[in-house]
Design a protein around this ligand. Sequence first.
Ligand SMILES: *Cc1c(COP(=O)(O)O)cnc(C)c1O
Length: 371
Amino acid sequence: MRTETIAIHGNYHPNSPGDPATEPLINSTTFRHPADGLDRDGYSYTRHNNPNREHLEKTLATLEGGSDAACFSSGMAATAAVFQSLEPGDHIIFPKDVYHGTRAIIHSVFNRWGLTSDEADMRNVQEVESLIRPETKLIWLETPSNPLLHITDISEIRKIAKNDILICTDNTWMTPILQKPLALGSDLVVHSTTKFIGGHSDLLGGAVISRSNLNFFDKIRHHQQLGGAVPSPYDCWMLSRSLKSLPARLKMHQENTNHVVAFLQQHPKVEQVFYPGLETHPGHKIFASQSEGFGAMLSFTVKGDQKTTLNVVNRAKIIIPATSLGGVESTWEHRKSSEGDESATPENLIRFSVGLEHHEDLIEDIRQALI
Ligand SMILES: *Cc1c(COP(=O)(O)O)cnc(C)c1O
């Protein structure tokens, strides 16, 4: 089956007359035992496993080309499960330009618990290689990166990681529909399903997906079932429902983004547009070879200072000044304010998640905001 078909039919299909056309929602937290005790491979208790979570995990694993997936109650819970599966004393390398929560949890939690870390410009493979030590266990990637849309060549990182070091790629911005990091040499993929996969700004979730034959994934599963940061059956059911329209939504998200990028590029008040779909973007070629499309996330800098930029953000009438991304509604934000004091993001940068409104309405809104 092809992507669109998998996204819709997933692992549920009505086979007998009277079967519901869509997957039933099963809220039960507990399941009847066999007479001789717990059924370890079946359902027993919803923290451990649940039909709706299992269905979502199987569909996500299939879409990513992986063998298994573990779903969590947020993207950060999924990220934390990966780091918690390492050992004190292990060393990790992560991108200088990265989702700010990832940096924050490494610094404020995992460094305290004995994980050591270095930041690298992932565009520079030699720089990454020079940071590798005997204790290096994992390289974290995010491509495109947040918020500057740097592109990492995943297969080049695989070469320097050899078979010794795990690679985990945060694929939130691209979704498995556009980019499949496992096929490029990543061992694990992390998603915040809160974003494009959920797609309607109404639920939080996360997932870790594993390539086949990766023993390390057992630790992540163990952590999921015992740590308990699991999504509710309802959230899993909602995500399976959202997945069905994801390929179609992404097509329109990207079409709208092309219109928006073209408009921003010729606007006299815009200093620079960061979008890897542009041929002038330094990562364009690598990205085109890694991805089916260029996505619907972009950043741009405004000619002016922080105050000018905040005014542009606040003048929007359709686009919602808000953090997060991937919803049907367009959102944009002054990213430096969201990231807080440690942020190295330019003060005149706006991060933009292009939604599914009519593109002409979006462009009129941007035009009046940029006066
Ligand atoms: C939002 C986001 C996260 C964190 O996910 P939550 O669901 O908010 O916990 C991680 N990585 C990226 C790239 C994100 O955009």
